[in-house]
Structure formats: structure tokens, C-alpha cells
Design a protein around this ligand. Sequence first.
Ligand code: APR
Ligand code: PHB
Length: 393
Amino acid sequence: MTRTQVGIVGAGPAGLLLSHLLHREGIASVVVESRSRGQVEETIRAGVLEQGTADLLDAAGVGERMGREGLRHDGILLRFDGTTRRIDFPGLTGGKRVTVYAQHEVLKDLIQARLAAGGPVVFEAADVALAGTGGDAPRIVFRARDAVEELQCDFVAGCDGTHGIVREAAPAGALHRYDRSYPFAWYGILVEAPASSDELLYALHERGFALASTRSPSVQRMYLQVDPADRVEDWSDDRTWSELRARLATRDGWEPKEGRIFHKAIFAMRSVVTEPMQFGHVFLAGDAAHVVPPTGAKGLNLAVADARLLALALAAFYRRGERSLLDRYSQLALRRVWKATRFSWWMTSMLHRFPGEDAFRHRIQVAELDYVTTSRAASTSLAENYVGLPFEA
Ligand code: APR
Ligand code: PHB
């Protein structure tokens, strides 16, 4: 049996950032991850960092490569009815913007920082389970290199994502899940091509939603709304480009820049919130507690905000013996979670075609986009949510 102060399940953004922030406060932690380091560092996920997320990574000493390789964006484009309108972030939010930098690049930077500081991060842990969650010394039990390990902790952080096991260890009835699934999926591709647009381009079209995002000057990330039953085999390169051209078309003949597609994936769209984000000495952070549809680019940023808050609360406990922030962690985190859930749901509703929707609903969506992009009040509301609401506490 080994001992640590905070046992962390999951080496995603939530778990690794929490471990890093705790280390900076002089608090020991062990991260237990079921996948290999290579798998964690290569999985293609989101890529938009709020102003506060980028500032936090910088302040925590892990923003150096992000500063060099990340792309700072001062706005987004909304395309509907064949026209394009811009939301100007700095102008509407007092100078804030977003940084486009892939989630797996953030993870590489965090893993490097954790290992350089002595970790420990246990990759390829099998049969990870919790024990003793009813008391004040929970344990993480797992197999690593064929030996059974038991890690005794003051606290456990469940940072193990949507399909994690930590949440499942809660006593029956202790947690409530609020859940909404959307009747469509996103099909995402990575393309070797120059950017089609200087800024992220979100499009509402009668054929469905499309998004042109970016990863670097030579790699682009594009998405199409598709049927949840679709498989990537249903989407040949020709069909993909023809659909992107149709949905992103303008009245003056705009076309995306095409190139070799080297990655395709389809994923479901859901909103889920778990309340509370705590049971006993176990705290939940990131996707383990909540999932948002990707339209508002909030998933990674919420994981970061949770990790920040939990690190602050644990630091108050270990430094000053103060429990009040730990006791209020769930309540404080959920305020931000529900606002991001609302924003993601709203962006999703405004920009997607819903099955069976009639011309009336489409006209309402177009009117909403027209309003959002012409009213200063409405565009400020979009902009301040997109660049990120202020952190709690
Ligand atoms: N034991 C150990 N590790 C586990 C287990 C388990 N039983 N189950 C899952 N994990 C690991 C996963 O392999 C993954 O590396 O937990 C990690 C969870 O990471 P994420 O899914 O990235 O979740 P989180 O850190 O909360 O970050 C949320 O990721 O999915 C995106 O859009 C989402 O950007 C958001 C971000
Ligand atoms: C991405 O680049 O992966 C991305 C960008 C914006 C979103 C969602 C995903 O809203």
C-alpha cells in the first residue's frame, strides 16, 4: 500500500492540470490512467482555449509552447442565408480573445511538466477501482505491470471522463444526472490544406450545420452535422467536400480550400450534468461530471475551470486547514457548468437543423443569427460566453 495526499483517476486535461497545480502548492498527488502515454498524447479532441484558460496555463508555467504555436483569434464568423457576419471578441469583451491550440498539445505540455517534476503518472493501469469511499481514507486499486497496487489517499479526484469509474462508486441515489441528447452527430475531419478562413467559421444551412476550424497554417479541422447512425465509411472524400461546399456556400461563390483528409471521426452530441460533483472525500472534475456538445467549444475549458477550483480548495485545506472551499467546490463549480451548458445548448440549437423541422423554425434561426450579429447587446452576450465567463472565487 502506498500513500498520497490526492489520488487522481484520469490523465486528461482535468487530471493532469489538477496534479500540476497541486504540485505548485506543494501537495502530493498520483495520476492513474488506463491508456498509454502515446494514446493520451495522440487522441484528437477539441482545440479552442478561452482567454482565462490560456492565462491560467501561462501563469502555471505550461504555456510556453502554446504561446509560440497557438493561434490567437480575435473573433468568429457566422454564416447563414449566404452571408457572413463577424463577432469581434476584443471589441465586445474589453480585449479578450481565444487561442486555438489542440487539446492533445496541452496534454503533451502537462505530461512533460509532471514527469519533469517527478510525477508520478501511472499509464496503462488496468482494472482501476475505488475502495473505502464511505470513509475518510479512500483507496484507488489497480494493476500496473501485472502487480496489484493500492493507493491510499486523503482525497480522490475523479477526472476519468464520460465513461469513468469514479462516478459509479457513489452510494446509490447520491448523484443526480441531468441529460439531453441531440438528434444529430458531428463528423470531424483533419485536412492537409491552408486555412479557408482567417477565423473559425460556423454555418447554419438548410442541409445542416458546418464548421471550418483550424489546427495550424497547414492543417485544418472541419465538421459537418450528420445523422447519428452514420459511420465514417458513409462519408467518402468526394461526398465530404461536396457537402462542405454546399453548406459553406455564399452568394459570391466562396469555397473551402481542399486537401488530403487524414483523419475522420463521428461522435454523438449530448449535454449531461451530474449533481453534486462530490461524495465523501471524492470529487469529480471535467467530463466525469459533465459533458457539453462541442458547438460552444466549452468541454476542455470547463475541465480546466474545475481543476483550478479544486486545486484552490485543496490548497486552502492543506495550507490553512480550511474546509469551507472544499465543501463549496461542487456548488461553485456547478454555477459555471450550468452557464456553459446553457451556452453550448443555445449555440447548438441556433446552428443545427433538427429532424422534422419546418420552414418556420429555420426562419426563426436565421432571425436569431441576424439579431445576434447586429445587436451589440446580443453579440456581447455571445462574445463574453465564447471567450469565457470570469472564474468563480
Ligand atoms: N481508469 C483510469 N483512467 C481512466 C479510466 C479508468 N477507469 N476511465 C477513463 N480514464 C481516462 C481516459 O483514458 C482519459 O485519458 O481518463 C481520462 C479522461 O480524460 P478526458 O476524457 O479528456 O476528460 P477531461 O480531463 O475531463 O477533459 C475534458 O476532454 O473529451 C474532451 O471535450 C472534452 O475537451 C473536453 C475534455
Ligand atoms: C475544433 O477546432 O475542434 C473546434 C472548434 C470550435 C468548436 C468545436 C471544435 O466549437
